[in-house]
Design a protein around this ligand. Structure first.
Ligand SMILES: NC(=O)c1ccc[n+]([C@@H]2O[C@H](COP(=O)([O-])OP(=O)(O)OC[C@H]3O[C@@H](n4cnc5c(N)ncnc54)[C@H](OP(=O)(O)O)[C@@H]3O)[C@@H](O)[C@H]2O)c1
Length: 246
């Protein structure tokens, strides 16, 4: 019996990159999976179609994480389709870089709304549909612990916010046996941070493992935290960073 058989999951930002890898892995482990996207309907549908082709149940939902009403509606739609949400993965995020001296306040507010407020909203709404024993997992970043280059202060702020939010939520939800954890990846090869990009050489110099991570490696840790063996892990921020913070 697959470990997540009978479970339902919602993965925000599941059309590509880390979120798509997580959606596919949770489905492989037996969960029904809904993914949200903001601008890639075809790619989100491809992820859902692949899951269905492999024998699973899946759904792609348009929901800009910056739009609270859309996030709420996406949670509602997923829980209606599957009957409940056992696993929420807050993955949608933007890498908003720029030096602080002239960082536009509009970009600051967008980074906060996508990387932080949408996490709050998705959790609050999902809790209405989450049975006791559920799992909340957020994709933070190693940059909440180490920001070794110029221009990452706002991004680090947003990822630090979700790390400390995780601790408080673990206390709030412990009685319901809902675990809340924050995965902090180092550089992972995606369109947001390509292993072949202009920044790659700098990144490699900062890594003990001298390579970028892969989405499926982040997905494996997510699946473990979502699964039955991880019921005693809560309030944790777990690094999976190739030694970036070492
Ligand atoms: N890659 C890394 O090195 C790395 C390292 C540490 C942490 N992270 C974190 O991991 C998460 C995923 O990053 P990634 O590298 O996989 O990024 P990515 O390749 O750019 O993919 C981002 C995903 O999030 C979705 N998304 C972006 N903005 C959204 C919005 N406003 N509303 C709804 N969905 C939105 C995108 O959907 P569309 O296709 O519709 O745009 C896409 O599915 C982020 O939270 C990021 O901060 C990444």
């Amino acid at each position: 019996m697959p470990t997540l058989s009978g479970k339902s999951a919602l993965v925000t930002g599941g059309s590509r990159g880390i979120g798509a890898a997580i959606a596919k892995r949770l489905a492989k482990d037996g969960a029904d999976v809904a993914v949200t996207y903001s601008s890639s309907p075809e790619r989100a549908q491809q992820v859902a179609d692949q899951i269905v082709k492999d024998g699973g149940k899946a759904l792609a939902i348009k929901a800009d994480a910056a739009d609270q009403a859309a996030v709420r509606a996406a949670v509602e739609q997923a829980s209606k389709a599957f009957g409940k949400i056992d696993i929420l993965v807050n993955n949608a995020g933007v890498l908003a870089l720029g030096p602080i001296a002239n960082y536009p306040v509009e970009d600051f507010e967008r980074a906060l709304s996508v990387n932080v407020r949408s996490v709050f909203t998705a959790i609050q709404e999902s809790l209405r549909h989450m049975p006791d024993g559920g799992r909340i997992i957020t994709i933070g970043s190693v940059n909440s612990e180490r920001m070794p280059f110029v221009g990452g202060s706002v991004y680090a702020l947003t990822k630090g916010a979700v790390a400390s939010f995780t601790k408080g939520l673990a206390r709030d939800l412990g009685e319901r046996k809902i675990t809340v954890n924050n995965i902090q990846p180092g550089p992972v090869d995606t369109e947001a941070n390509p292993a072949s990009g202009p920044f790659a050489e700098t990144m490699l110099g900062l890594l003990a493992m001298k390579r970028y991570g892969r989405g499926d490696e982040i997905a494996a840790l997510t699946a473990y935290l979502a699964g039955p063996e991880a019921g005693y892990i809560t309030g944790a921020s777990l690094l999976i960073d190739g030694g970036f913070a070492a």
